[in-house]
Write a protein that binds this ligand. Structure first.
Ligand code: AMP
Length: 370
């Protein structure tokens, strides 16, 4: 089905690379707009396939399977960023892939990502590329201690990173990460962590839900408080920074930008970019229940060439992830007033695994302190 100026017609098919809960929630949001979803994932019984019309089970590097997939759908998106770039680039020769391949290439690599952010007036922690122990020693001399050594690629939920407090720890830290594609970052004494989730449409329009505050436990997002408790100037700065990044990437779809907020006594900029996610994001889940348009609907609108919806917040909200066996509390969570439960359909509640989330709603201006 051709992409008409008004966007993809209802009945068109959206292909989603990745079968996790993000793909599941995209598919659930696509249905009321009349779209059908086709999941492409290597796993058995991916959560997204439970709510989608079709599923191809194949590896991300299987070019023949990707070509067959492309022939069956009208637009392709991805729900996680660690897909190999080359097959996605090949797919993009056949069919629109949104967000584009450049967004994937840049956000897959912490070094490319930081170079990109700094070029777009979105400052980050000071950093130094590390491919050897000698580089790491140079990084310590340049950035000081403590610092955080991270793998450039495939890191998530705190995996692939180690904090270095003394020069003696350098060698062990370097060996522990088991890669020579690393980045050392100066340690940021942040006051809080926030993220901006926004969408950019095919026509270049941008709509943001504004900064939310994120609280992590064991390196995994635990709670997002919407809105963040920041003064208006910092809210505007965070939004403007995220917008510059979306524009610089010629982005189409939902983009999340994770940021650090430095304490008030900081000299210089108080907001630093930590990480970009070229996809719908856990810190945007609250929008399903507390905003006029959810991040999932907005992503579908953007990639299908429809106008973006209003991001107006209808209530304040605290989203809480249900990790591992926390999901067993679902009966009591369902009994809470003004609480919405979302389960991801995963069979096994392994430790650290995101099984679902709840969003607790509060009247505007009355969300509890973080
Ligand atoms: P990341 O995987 O880069 O998002 O890092 C996971 C978490 O580690 C962040 O949410 C922060 O809490 C912490 N962290 C990462 N980088 C830094 C840094 N440069 N300084 C201080 N804390 C950091």
């Amino acid at each position: 089905m051709a992409l008409a100026p008004k966007g993809l017609a209802p009945g068109s098919r959206i292909g989603i690379l990745g079968g996790g809960q993000l793909g599941r929630m995209i598919a659930l949001a696509a249905a009321p707009l009349g779209y059908r979803c086709h999941i492409y994932a290597p796993e058995n019984d991916p959560p997204a396939a439970q709510v989608s019309e079709r599923c191809t089970r194949a590896d991300y590097t299987d070019i023949a399977a990707l070509q067959a997939f492309a022939a069956e759908v009208d637009v392709v998106t991805y729900e996680f960023e660690n897909i190999p770039v080359e097959p996605v680039a090949a797919l993009a020769q056949l069919i629109p892939v949104r967000p584009g391949v450049d967004a994937l290439r840049i956000t897959q690599d912490r070094l490319f990502e930081k170079d990109f952010a700094n070029r777009h007036d979105a400052p980050t922690a000071p950093y130094h590329a590390v491919t050897s122990l000698a580089d790491l020693q140079a990084a310590i001399a340049k950035l000081g201690l403590p610092l955080i050594l991270k793998t450039r690629r495939m890191g998530y939920d705190g995996k692939g990173q180690v904090r270095i407090d003394s020069a003696e720890q350098a060698e062990a830290a370097f060996k522990q990460l088991g890669s020579d594609l690393l980045i050392a970052e100066g340690f940021i004494p942040f006051e809080r962590e926030i993220s901006v989730v926004l969408a950019r449409g095919l026509d270049g329009a941008i709509a943001s839900w504004g900064p939310v505050e994120n609280i992590h436990r064991h390196h995994i997002l635990w709670r997002s408080h919407a809105p963040a408790a920041l003064d208006a100037a910092l809210m505007d700065e965070a939004n403007a920074m995220a917008q510059r990044l979306a524009e610089g990437l010629h982005y189409v779809g939902v983009l999340a930008v994770e940021m650090f907020v430095l304490p008030p006594q900081t000299k210089g900029r108080r907001i630093l970019v930590n990480e970009l996610a070229p996809r719908v994001h856990n810190s945007g889940h609250w929008t399903m229940d507390a905003a006029l348009t959810s991040q999932f609907e907005q992503h579908v609108r953007a990639i299908c060439g429809l106008p973006l919806g209003s991001t107006e917040r209808l209530a304040d909200a605290v989203m809480e992830n249900l990790i591992g066996d926390e999901v067993d509390a679902w009966p009591s969570l369902l009994a809470e007033p003004k609480t919405k439960l979302h389960l991801y359909g995963k069979a096994e509640a392994r430790p650290g695994r995101k099984m679902g989330h709840v969003t607790r709603l509060y009247p505007l201006g009355q969300r509890p302190a973080s």
